[in-house]
Every structure is written in C-alpha cells, then in structure tokens.
Design a protein around this ligand. Structure first.
Ligand code: ADP
Ligand code: G3P
Length: 643
C-alpha cells in the first residue's frame, strides 16, 4: 500500500475521557470516538478510576471510531498499527497470575498519600532522590500511591507478600489487557511513563536499586519491562475486538505525546497542554537537566536511539477547574461556556482563585493548601470567579516559565498550546498577556493523539523521519499576541503570588486529609480501615455506570458470590475469625455460626480479646476478611455497616 492509503490508530486515555482517533499520513484525523468514564471521589482529596472501565472505554472507542471509518468507505485493514498515549502516574495494581485488578486506580491528582510523603521526606537519602529520578517526593508520583495501597489495602499487601503483585501505570495496564491479559502477559511500560514512577534512573532508563530500596519494594514486585516509546515488537497486538490482530507499535505518556504531536523535536522548543491539568514541557536535548527552581525532569521521548529529555512544569488543575465550576457549582452546562461567562465581566473584579485542589504542583510544591478564592466582596459575580479560574492556570504557567528560564538560561519566544482548555480564546489571550510572548494554538488540537500515532508510525516506517512530519498540522493555527505591558502583567502576577503565599498552611497537618477514615490501634501506623477496602465504591461522585454494570464488575472480582462457608473452606476466612464488640449479628447466610461481625457506634472495628495481642500481620489478615465481608454485604445487601 502507498503511505497515503495507510492509517494509524491512536488511543488517548486521558484523565476525564478516552478517545480513539484514526489518523492519515497527513496527520489528519479521519474518524474518532470519545467516551467519558466515571470519576470516583470517595473522600476529599481522593480520586479513583475503575481499571476495568478504562479498558472498556478504550474498546468501545475503538469500536465506535472503526464503525465511523467504515461508514466513510474505508477498510479497517488499512489501519496498519496503533499507538497509545495516556494519563501518567495513575497507579494500577493487579494479580500477576490472574490479571485481575486488586484496587481502583489511584489517579495522579489524588492526595491521600500526604502522610506517607511526610514520613518519606524524613528518611535518609530523601533529598537526593530527585537527582536520580527527576521527581520530587510528593503525592503526585506513582511511588507514594503504591505505598499507600501496600499500607492500607490488605489484598494488595497480601499479593505483594506472596510475590504476585503487578504494578503499572495506565500504559502498562492497557497494553497488558489489550493483548489479552495474563495469557499473553505482555508487561511493558515505555520510558516516558516509567520515568513518572520514581523507580527509574533517568540516565540509564532502568529501575534503580537505590530507589526501589528507598521505597522498600526491591525484589518483591512485578514491574513492567521498560521499552522505547516507538518499537515494532515490544507492545504485542490487540487480541480481540474491532482491531483484533492489529499491532501496537508505540506508546507515550500524554504530555510527552503532545510534545511529539507539536513536533517540538529541537532543544529549546516547548509546548503547554491545558487538559484536566496543565503541563509545560521544554525540550532540553539528550542530557537530562535537573531543576533548581521547582521543575521536574522527565523523558520527552525515547525513539530507540538516544532518549530526549524535558524540563516539566506540572499544574494539577486546569480544565478540572472549569469542570468544577460546571459540575460542583452549576455555573454552566458545558465547559466551553466558561469563555462567555468570563466575558460577562471586564476583569476578575479583584478575585484570585488559587485552585489548589490537590495542593499546588510546580514550581511551588505546596501540599498544605486547598483551593482558596481571595478577594470576594458583595460585588463578586460568577463571571469574576470564572475569570479567576482561567487565570489561575495562566499564572502558574507564568511561574513555570520564569523557573524554566532560570534553569535553562534561555527565554521562550513563543508558547505552543493544546488541550481542552486551550479552546477558550479568553484563556489563551490571558496567557499571552501574562507571559508577554505570543501563544500559538494549532488548528488541529488533538496533538496528544497525533503524538501517539507518530510514535507508532515511525516504528513501521509510515513516517521515516522527523523531516517527513514537518508539514503536518502547520497551517491554519491561531496566534494570540500580548495586549498588555510587561509592567501590567507583573502587577497582576504579584497579586497571584501573594494569594499563593496566603493559601499555605490551610491543611494544618497531613492527617487532615484522612479525617474521614478511622484507624486501628496497634498497627503502629495510620491505617484507614473502612472505605479504603472495597473497589468500585459506590460512596462517590460517579456517572455513566449502571448499578448492573457495577455489580457485574464486583462479581468479576470475586468470581461468583461465595457463601461464607465456602470462603472458610477455601481458606479465605479462618474458622476463628472474631471481630466483635457491641451488637453482634450472625452474618452467615447458611446458618453456620462460624464467624461473627459487628459494628459499633464509634467508628472503630474492635478486635476481640484473643486478637488484641495479635501482631501486625495477623491484623492485616483480619482486615482482608473484613474486606471480603464488605463485598458480601454489598452483593447480598446484608445489613452490616461501618463508618
Ligand atoms: N472550550 C473549553 N473551554 C475551557 N475549558 C474546556 C473547553 N473544552 C474543554 N475544556 C476543559 O478541558 C478538559 C478536557 O481536556 P482534555 O484535553 O480532553 O483533557 P484530558 O486529556 O485530561 O481528559 C476538561 O476539564 C474541560 O473542562
Ligand atoms: O489528563 P491530562 O491531559 O490532564 O494529563 C494528565 C497527566 O499526564 C498527569 O501527569
């Protein structure tokens, strides 16, 4: 086939939605399909995804896009290969032998590991970690999310102790499942994603024993093999569905993918992607540069030769701030309306919104702030808050650019942008005003997906080199020129910096973030017992999944619903289990009173006297049983309740 008749599929698995695009040789999407999936927020600061739902979303996007492709008269056999791009850091654990997930995915925005981070920071060697892996100790990286699971989710701990725990970021999970799971067992992660875990040495692009030792996971965990971002043989092929047997040829974390999609291949080039969060990547070439000003070092792309590195400024809240106005405050029905709402007023009316929903990331790294709006008066309208929300991301971008200039010694002359929030003209004009350089927005904004297609296409020669990509997506973009003076911009920024200073310290201790959970005395560490245990918790803000689907998933995790007696026989529940206190109820539906469980008015699960002396391991086992009981409770609608 001529290159012009060949297409590449791109899976873009983002934080709020999944897309599949079918892209032609000119880099144009000819068909696409997008679905949103549940955002699970069990408690303040917690954010989860259902790992199986992520896979479902990918499969249905592929089916939808292929259908639309064929409706236009194309044949699916002309789709030569698929590339993957994905939200980074989001952490998934599964059973290496069965391929079943053991907990919901903990999303990159989730801050529940604050206490763990605080403890890790006090360990010897903590301050030198960033010089190996490029990342600071924070709730953002996968490492601290994994440690939280090991500490708080008995079934994860159990799998770890038995040596059957597999860990991966979203790329590894999708590649594994798309290949058919445990049978094919394609267990790989590309360098850009792997570099977000804190387990990888940036110079060698291999797992680093010093890092694994620091986190206490050396030797016990199944970690995906690190492979190049573009590779004709590492990623296997899609096992079933509309593109069965089509090979996966490339994979990039979404921010790296956007850099590639913007074709920022030369040192000194940068891009800023305004999606759920906002991420500015600055190409520094073939040697990693370590920041002294609050930026991260990451792998830009690894196409098989020398890897290319980037300095990164990560902002946790961008489009999610817009979504917050839409979904939590009902300011409008659809994200795009934020632009018009903000235009109902001339300026922010004195409001500054520090959107620290997950603390503040780069370059501040403040984990004791929550979102705070300063300057509200009787005069304040929705429009002012909408403006302040858009401005928050633009101010943080300005702070990141200042830091980048200090680290690199060079100033950017233009900023290339993309991502959902970049569709707001007002946001992009504000951005140009605040950074005093032009902002360039390409016509085709699906640059993240384009990057994944390029990674896959390069592996099979659909494009043979970067020069062949030069004309892709070049025409028809928009340029936003700064319209205010540098002095005016500096005055606005000063106010923002003041607001950031004032937002510090709101979360008075790391434990504030766990106040919804309860502890078991005697574990020697903070342990959230109750709702940390079940997957797919329904105590959350969710959408799009029917109760029937949820129940099916739960059944999938446990297989068929076992009786308590069966569990005892299988050894999951020992006959001596006793979790007793006040009101005892016989939970065994078979009438065999071989275990008892109770709930107290106070939110503590209290163990009976013979277990009070029990050691930590025994208590973990007991918690595992409670987890099973909670599942039974939900599946059989038993009346057990915990706080
Ligand atoms: N026209 C718009 N103006 C402002 N924000 C928008 C607009 N369109 C989408 N968004 C925001 O962009 C985000 C989605 O962008 P996207 O690049 O798809 O993110 P992700 O890959 O993280 O899912 C959402 O949070 C949404 O609120
Ligand atoms: O979903 P996005 O596009 O905001 O990207 C998420 C990032 O990869 C998190 O590091």
């Amino acid at each position: 086939m001529q290159p012009s008749e060949v297409f590449v599929g791109a899976i873009d698995q983002g934080t709020t939605s999944t897309r599949f695009l079918i892209i032609n040789h000119d880099g144009e999407p000819v068909a696409s399909h997008q679905v949103e999936f549940n955002q699970i927020y069990p408690y303040p600061g917690w954010h989860e995804h259902d790992p199986l739902e992520l896979v479902d979303s990918v499969e249905s996007c592929i089916a939808g896009a292929v259908q639309s492709f064929e409706n236009q008269g194309y044949s699916r056999t002309s789709i030569a290969c698929v590339g993957i791009t994905n939200q980074r850091e989001t952490t998934i654990v599964w059973d290496h032998e069965t391929g079943e997930p053991l907990y919901n995915a903990i999303v990159w925005t989730d801050t529940r590991s604050q206490a763990i981070v605080a403890e890790l920071k006090s360990r010897p060697g903590a301050s030198s970690l960033q010089s190996f892996c490029g990342l600071p100790l924070s709730t953002y990286s996968s490492a601290t999310k994994l440690l939280w699971m090991l500490e708080h989710v008995p079934r994860v701990r159990d799998a770890f102790d038995r040596g059957t725990l597999a860990f991966g970021t979203v790329d590894a999970w999708l590649v594994y499942r798309l290949n058919g799971g445990a049978i094919a067992n394609v267990f790989v992660s590309d360098s850009t994603n792997a570099s977000r875990t804190m387990f990888v040495n940036l110079e060698t692009l291999r797992y680093d024993d010093t890092l694994l030792d620091f986190f206490g996971i050396k030797g016990k965990l199944h970690l995906p093999k690190i492979v190049p971002s573009s590779d004709p043989s590492a990623y296997g092929k899609i096992a079933s569905g509309a593109l069965a047997q089509v090979p996966i040829m490339g994979c990039l974390g979404d921010q790296s993918s956007a850099l590639v999609g913007q074709k920022a291949f030369s040192p000194g080039m940068a891009k800023n992607t305004y999606g759920t969060g906002c991420f500015l990547l600055y190409n520094v070439g073939e040697k990693p540069v370590f920041s002294k000003h609050g930026l991260l070092t990451t792998v830009a792309y690894d196409f098989g030769g020398k890897p290319v590195y980037a300095l990164e400024g990560s902002i946790a809240v961008a489009g999610s701030g817009v979504k917050f106005l839409q979904e939590n405050l009902s300011f409008f029905q659809s994200s795009k309306e934020v632009n018009d709402l903000a235009l109902t007023v001339d300026d922010n009316g004195g409001c500054v919104f520090v959107t620290a929903f997950s603390g503040l990331f780069a370059p501040y790294w403040i984990d004791d702030a929550n979102g705070t709006i300063f300057g509200i008066t009787q005069f304040t309208q929705k429009g002012h808050i909408a403006r302040a929300t858009l401005e928050a991301t633009c101010f943080q971008t300005k702070a990141i650019l200042d830091a980048m200039e200090k680290d690199s010694g060079r100033a950017l002359t233009e900023l290339a942008v993309d991502g959902g929030m970049s569709n707001s003209d007002l946001a992009m004009q504000t951005q140009a005003d605040l950074i005093s350089i032009p902002v360039y927005r390409p016509k085709m904004r699906e640059t993240t997906a384009l990057g994944a297609a390029i990674a896959a296409g390069l592996a099979v020669g659909i494009w043979r080199n970067f020069a062949e990509l030069r004309d892709i997506n070049r025409a028809g973009g928009s340029v936003f020129e700064p319209r205010i003076t540098r002095e005016e911009s500096a005055a606005k920024f000063e106010k923002w910096e003041k607001a950031v200073r004032m937002s510090r310290g709101w979360v008075s201790s790391a434990n504030d973030s766990e106040s919804h959970g309860e502890r078991i005395n005697g574990l020697g560490q903070s342990t959230v017992v109750n709702e940390a245990l079940p997957m797919n918790t329904t105590n959350s803000t969710t959408k799009n999944t029917s109760p029937a689907q949820r129940e099916q998933r739960e059944m999938g995790i446990l297989g068929s619903v076992p009786t308590v007696s069966e569990l005892v026989t299988k050894g999951s529940l020992g006959p001596t289990v006793r979790v007793t206190t006040h009101s005892v109820m016989d939970g065994d539906q078979d009438g065999n009173r071989d275990w008892e469980i109770s709930h107290t008015k106070t939110p503590l699960i209290t163990v009976s006297s013979d277990l009070e002396e029990a050691d930590e391991e025994d208590l973990f086992l007991e918690l595992r049983k409670v987890e099973i009981l909670q599942k039974l409770k939900r599946l059989r609608k038993m009346k057990l309740s915990y706080y």
